[in-house]
Write a protein that binds this ligand. Structure first.
Ligand SMILES: CC(C)(COP(=O)(O)OP(=O)(O)OC[C@H]1O[C@@H](n2cnc3c(N)ncnc32)[C@H](O)[C@@H]1OP(=O)(O)O)[C@@H](O)C(=O)NCCC(=O)NCCS
Length: 333
């Protein structure tokens, strides 16, 4: 068991309740280290994370005969949690650069740490940065030959999303947000602060990898956890090229993995393109009321909108983020 005073001394835990620190300390083991010690090696199974309370650790990655130091971490740093959360082997070796002390914890300890109120935002930032390191785009070629890049949306995409929204026509905003005005900061926060399990989103950029051109998401229904609500926003100049159809398929490949069996959507009755996209997956619509229509469709049918090879690539690209987030981020909304 760790000493709660070691935790209380770290900026990471500023403002945390003493009782919460005591509980967390009970889930962590102390491991003293000396300069030159190897704490774990690249390729080892990752079952724990390290929280440094004193001293410095170097994170070294070997590629062929080449070794380079990715970073040197000091007190308050959390390392090694990604391999633990994704069930992958260690991506790097950790070597002590000085004498010091780490606290070692497992998934349950990490879950506890993430859910301590004052710590949560700081750890969520760390996790968001790590997710940015492991996500990669899958290229999609649209009907007219345009290539776009699709990858899980990240918190760090906020500026890209804001920029994309600022370029949308009033009609696109009306169809997406049911009002022609620009959405406020709270809506934008909702769009990017996602937990990947109950709320997953694909972000799409142009082939340059930076200009945002679309986002498509599902949000699991509270009262029906095997169903999720869809929302799409595609930049005006990228509409009508088959992207919406492909994104519905792309969402379905991830949703099936997350136990979602049905998609629902509330669509403006006059939104013909969206209704056409949903109809391609066999959507059943209720009779329109108050200008909107409720739509429901099978996730398995939507998977067929992308070819199985691309679907598998998309599933793989989302897998690590969904797995890691599933262990620690689900209750954070
Ligand atoms: C709705 C939206 C997601 C569709 O994506 P998209 O990439 O434009 O759609 P696609 O190119 O994949 O398919 C559109 C389909 O609608 C059909 N369509 C387009 N305009 C139509 C119209 N006026 N009437 C009937 N069908 C129409 C097209 O024929 C096309 O089908 P096809 O590919 O078989 O020819 C996109 O246009 C968008 O973001 N619109 C603004 C925001 C919005 O409406 N969001 C949905 C709210 S949930």
């Amino acid at each position: 068991m760790a000493d709660p005073a070691d935790l209380a001394g770290l900026r990471l835990f500023a403002g945390a309740e003493p009782s919460a620190l005591e509980h967390l300390a009970g889930l962590l083991e102390e491991l003293p280290f000396f300069a030159g010690d190897v704490l774990y090696r690249q390729g080892d199974p990752g079952t724990t994370f390290l929280l440094i309370t004193s001293g410095r650790l170097g994170v070294v990655r070997a590629e062929g005969n080449d070794e380079h130091e990715l970073l040197e971490a000091g007190p308050g740093s959390v390392i090694g949690e990604l391999a633990m959360l994704t069930g992958r082997n260690r991506l790097a070796t950790v070597v002590a650069r000085s004498d010091g002390l780490v606290l070692v914890g497992d998934v349950d300890a990490f879950d506890e740490l993430v859910h301590m109120p004052p710590v949560h935002d700081r750890v969520a930032e760390v996790i968001a940065r790590r997710f940015a390191e492991i996500t990669y785009p899958v290229p999609l070629t649209l009907r007219d030959g345009t290539v776009v890049q699709v990858r899980p949306l990240l918190r760090s995409d906020r500026a890209t999303i804001e920029d994309m929204i600022s370029r949308q026509s009033e009609e696109t905003l009306r169809r997406r947000f049911f009002s022609p005005g620009h959405p406020g900061q709270r809506v934008v926060s909702h769009l990017v602060e996602i937990n990947y399990v109950d709320h997953f989103a694909w972000g799409v950029t142009a082939d340059d990898g930076t200009t945002g051109v679309a986002a498509a998401r599902y949000v699991r229904l509270n009262d029906e956890p095997t169903a999720a609500d869809l929302a799409f926003g595609i930049a005006d100049e990228f509409q009508g090229k088959g992207l919406g159809t492909s994104l519905l398929g792309a969402l379905a490949w991830v949703a099936a993995e997350a136990g979602v069996e049905h998609f629902t959507a509330e669509v403006l009755a006059d939104n013909r393109p969206m209704r056409a996209v949903l109809a391609k997956a066999g959507a059943v619509s209720e009779v329109p009321s108050m200008g909107t229509v409720e739509v429901r469709l099978d996730v398995e049918a939507a998977k067929l909108l992308v070819d199985p090879h691309t679907g598998e690539q998309l599933r793989q690209a989302a897998l690590d983020v969904v797995t890691a987030a599933g262990l620690v981020l689900v209750d954070l909304d």
